[in-house]
Design a protein around this ligand. Structure first.
Ligand code: ZN
Length: 199
């Protein structure tokens, strides 16, 4: 590695820190970046910086947004009153890819995990309860991971939502233990969604 240009070596090493990029892919990307037009590389670096600066989180649901509200919350065609609760923004991407859900989302920001120092107050649970009131929510679908922490969080949310006149369901059991939605293929995700059960 050190026989090649030190800068190229640094670039490759830096690229291997990206998720899913091994050394060979990193090398291929680095060489591609070097061989393309200046303008292309400049555009890429500008886009990276711009995305970093402008992409924040939706005030309402916590998904990625460039304005106060994300494109999903701003879309009048989405079914109002139906909320799908997920752990992280990436899971909204998985569900949107599957096309199974046409309502709105609520990103919790994680799951309750006392061992990791994550308590209910660290998650956007209060905001969820406020939304249930303000948006006249009639159905909540808990789409959390099938880990112990995910289960604990689902039960906790079930208790908090009890008596608020909202139907609470969760994804079908039988998902691989510990699996996060992010890693499920679309068919498995759709099955779990369609087979959802009352909490
Ligand atoms: Zn939103």
């Amino acid at each position: 590695m050190e026989k090649i240009s030190p800068l190229l070596a640094r670039l490759v090493r830096r690229l291997t820190r990206l998720p899913g990029i091994g050394e060979r892919s990193a090398q291929r990307i680095a060489l591609h970046l070097l061989s393309q037009e200046d303008a292309e590389t400049r555009e890429l670096s500008r886009l990276l910086m711009e995305a970093r600066e402008k992409i924040g989180f939706c005030e309402k649901c916590g998904f990625y947004a460039e304005t106060l509200l994300c494109p999903i919350c701003s879309d009048p065609k989405r079914a109002q009153g139906k909320l799908c609760v997920v752990e992280q923004p990436v899971e909204v991407l998985s569900l949107e890819r599957s096309g199974i859900f046409r309502g709105l989302y609520h990103v919790l920001g994680g799951v309750i995990s006392p061992l990791d120092g994550v308590h209910p107050g660290d998650l956007s649970i209060d905001r969820l309860l406020t939304r249930v009131e303000d948006e006249q929510v009639s159905e909540i679908i808990l789409a959390l991971s099938s880990s112990v922490e995910g289960e604990t969080t689902s039960l906790y949310l079930g208790e908090q939502l009890d008596g608020r006149g909202v139907s609470v369901t969760r994804l079908a059991r039988g998902l691989p233990a510990g699996s996060r939605l992010e890693y499920l293929d679309e068919a498995t995700l759709s099955r779990a969604f369609e087979g959802r059960v009352k909490l």
